[in-house]
Write a protein that binds this ligand. Structure first.
Ligand code: NAG
Ligand code: NAG
Ligand code: NAG
Ligand code: NAG
Ligand code: NAG
Ligand code: NAG
Length: 241
């Protein structure tokens, strides 16, 4: 059955010079898939931003005799297709959570006359989960000594399900906080989800114990959970001088 919409659309296909990368869908580039090309498509996680309306790719034509027009494995992929400026765009309405389910999908696009294109849709890990930071409650340091990453035993643990630990920034506040820094080890696994984070100290004279408040933020600006800031007490051992 030919609908009025399809008549209008075929008119568009004839008359519109289509630039596959300027079809103006939201703010994303949509890849044009045709018989000659294949793609690994990337779908960024959207379990937090709840954007379930991503245009994933566009085709100029497909085998419209088929129902469903695209075969997607594994099943359960929720999508719609829409014609814009003569191109068919597949919109995903599925929720992707890389940490919980880093699956990929295989999408078979039929162009008719037995021609198929196999696409692979990969869920892309983005920095969308907050980090966590745990510090010991029995930190002691000597007043007039410096501690660096190699000899401090004030070792906290930083973790983030997304990884990207090297993008973490730390803000230390409190009395004497200018003398302290939080640093990641000289070497650690860049792809790990957890690492040591070491409190270093300059040599300085203090009146007593130090109370620091540490705020860690990941590369996307998420503060730690369950608390955005953690309080750390450092017992300062007076030197004899
Ligand atoms: C598919 O997505 C649409 C639009 O977001 C939604 O209304 C519908 O409930 C979804 N269906 C399933 C089976 O998830
Ligand atoms: C601090 O306490 C932890 C257990 O809570 C213990 O494993 C560690 O050895 C202690 N460190 C120091 C320097 O006392
Ligand atoms: C740690 O090492 C630095 C330089 O290697 C040194 O100046 C400092 O005294 C050391 N601190 C301790 C507590 O050993
Ligand atoms: C810590 O030791 C490593 C070598 O193991 C060295 O490259 C680095 O400069 C040292 N850091 C400090 C602050 O001394
Ligand atoms: C951070 O780690 C990622 C891998 O997780 C790596 O690709 C990137 O180059 C690293 N960035 C820095 C500044 O070290
Ligand atoms: C601090 O320590 C240095 C040696 O690390 C020493 O020369 C200095 O006298 C000490 N200062 C005080 C006030 O204890």
């Amino acid at each position: 059955m030919v609908t009025l919409l399809e008549v209008l659309l075929s008119f568009c296909i004839c008359c519109t010079l289509v630039n596959p990368y300027s079809i103006g869908v939201v703010d994303r580039l949509i890849q044009l898939v045709d018989k000659a090309q294949g793609f690994n498509l990337l779908a960024p996680e959207n379990n937090h931003d709840k954007d379930f309306t991503r245009g994933l790719f566009a085709v100029n034509e497909f085998d419209r005799g088929r129902d469903p027009p695209f075969l997607i494995e594994p099943p359960g992929f929720n999508y719609t297709i829409e014609n814009r400026l003569g191109q068919w765009i597949l919109y995903s309405h599925s929720s992707f959570d890389y940490e919980k389910d880093p699956r990929s999908y295989v999408i078979r696009v039929g162009f008719g006359y037995g021609e198929w294109k196999i696409l692979k849709l990969l869920i892309q890990n983005i920095d969308d989960e907050p980090p966590a930071l745990v510090c010991p409650d029995n930190i002691t340091m000597v007043e007039n000594l410096s501690y660096d990453v190699n000899n401090s035993s004030a070792i906290c643990w930083l973790s983030d399900p997304d990884g990207f630990l090297n993008q973490t920034t730390f803000k230390l506040t409190g009395t004497y906080s200018d003398n302290f820094e939080m640093k990641l080890p000289v070497k650690y696994d860049e792809f790990a989800q957890t690492t040591e984070a070491i409190i270093t100290k300059k040599a300085f004279e203090s009146d007593g114990d130090v109370y620091l408040t540490i705020q860690a933020k990941d590369g996307a600006g998420h503060s730690t959970v369950p608390k955005a800031k953690i309080d750390v007490k450092i017992k300062i051992i007076k030197d004899t001088k």
